[in-house]
Write a protein that binds this ligand. Structure first.
Ligand SMILES: *Cc1c(COP(=O)(O)O)cnc(C)c1O
Length: 382
């Protein structure tokens, strides 16, 4: 069996280990310390736009704190993109609130502005104005931010950007993660940069970020004994993990370039394959970090190869690929949540496949992936 080719595996640079060693040498083995401060500063500098950053234990924790800070409570409603990873929606349930799912549009695969507005109007007419909108930049592709922000502003509903997959992407030249009232990042092991596990809450509102740090460290009031006036959480990032993050920030621009190069390779390789469509940036305004390269497979085209045919063929030769995120409104756990859309995300889920996209893939790896996909089209007689 040939070596495994992963969908997206960790890729360390040269400096991560020295930041971690510094933490050991100075005994900062805790959920605070110079690496945590440094990593927050590195992220704020990278994003610009007066952002402040709280480094946390995960992207999911960051989203949970964002909802708490925006005052989301039991029986509230929060609008969320349906096509996403479950971690975008779970924190809504942590608060006892109800997610209202909105379908995707076909150009970015992200939240449809039309269905967003329809959902807001319908929820308001039913007597419940949504408390927040969670928009996701799937696979690094920016959502239609101008239109989404305009709608959110018109109804005065705060936007939370789930930029877990989109660090390094921009919309009209502005980094994703700087458009919403708040945004979240993830440094899980499969993301474009990783701290093994971790996340961050980002906002231009410094007071909110201070509050996030407070809530993330058990909400301890200022007193010599342990005194609490709020329910707290243990959501801070460790100084060890933050050391990895500081090293990864040194190579982030390179990682974006490497992932974009993977995408270019696939784009060229499938240019002559009518049944395979590669997701392109809709206009020059959209700049994706290409966290994952994704394709749609049209099995109505001769010779009738499906997404699953390709996924299983790759699995047989030790190559990992994965269907696109299954929309949340189709998940058993969210079966009773309201949904607004026309089935676009369901169609994407049926036809879509994420291809190996790590920044550490070699040219040989990429050729192996493409050869096996092309073989699928040759092995079935027309
Ligand atoms: C990874 C991911 C998250 C969650 O981040 P964790 O750090 O794993 O908790 C949230 N949303 C999306 C879209 C993600 O891909």
């Amino acid at each position: 069996m040939q070596d495994k080719i992963w969908l997206s595996s960790p890729h360390m640079g040269e400096n991560e280990f020295s930041y971690v060693k510094q933490a050991f040498d100075t005994n900062w083995i805790a959920p605070l310390g110079p690496n945590v401060d440094g990593f927050e500063q590195d992220l704020a500098t990278f994003l610009g736009h007066n952002t402040h950053v709280a480094a946390l234990s995960s992207g999911t924790a960051a989203l949970h704190l964002a909802l708490i800070i925006l005052g989301v409570q039991a029986r509230d409603e929060v609008i969320c993109q349906s096509m996403t990873f479950s971690a975008s929606a779970n924190p809504i349930a942590y608060q006892g609130a109800t997610p209202v799912f909105v379908d995707s549009e076909p150009h970015t695969w992200n939240m449809s502005p039309e269905f967003l507005e329809e959902a807001i109007q319908d929820r308001i007419s039913k007597g419940k104005k949504p408390k927040a909108i969670i928009v996701v930049h799937l696979y690094g592709m920016p959502a239609e931010m101008d239109r989404i922000m305009a709608i959110a502003d018109r109804y005065a509903i705060p936007v939370i950007e789930d930029a877990a997959e989109a660090l390094g992407s921009t919309y009209k030249g502005q980094p994703l993660g700087t458009f919403g009232a708040m945004s979240i990042l993830s440094f899980n092991g499969n993301k474009i940069i990783t701290t093994s596990g971790g996340g961050a809450l980002v906002s231009a509102n410094e007071e909110w970020i201070r509050k996030a740090r407070f809530l993330a460290t058990q909400a301890r009031d200022n007193a010599p004994h342990y005194q609490h006036s709020h329910i707290g959480y243990n959501y801070r990032m460790s100084n060890i993990c933050a050391g990895i993050g500081r090293g990864q920030m040194d190579v982030l621009p390179l990682r974006v370039q490497q992932r974009r190069d993977n995408y270019e390779f696939y784009l060229k390789a499938f240019a002559g394959v009518a049944a395979v469509q590669v997701l392109q940036e809709p206009t020059i305004d959209f700049y994706s970090n290409r966290w994952l390269s994704t394709i749609l497979v049209d099995d109505a085209q001769e010779p009738g190869v499906s997404r699953e045919d390709i996924r299983l063929a790759l699995e047989k030769v030790n190559i990992e690929s994965r269907p696109l995120w299954k929309p949340m409104h189709l998940q058993p756990v969210f079966a009773h949540a309201p949904y607004y859309g026309d089935g676009t995300s369901e169609k994407l889920f049926d036809k879509g496949l994420c291809l190996p996209s790590g920044s550490n893939l070699t040219a040989t790896d990429l050729e192996r992936v493409v050869d096996h996909i092309n073989a699928c089209f040759r092995s079935i007689p027309a």
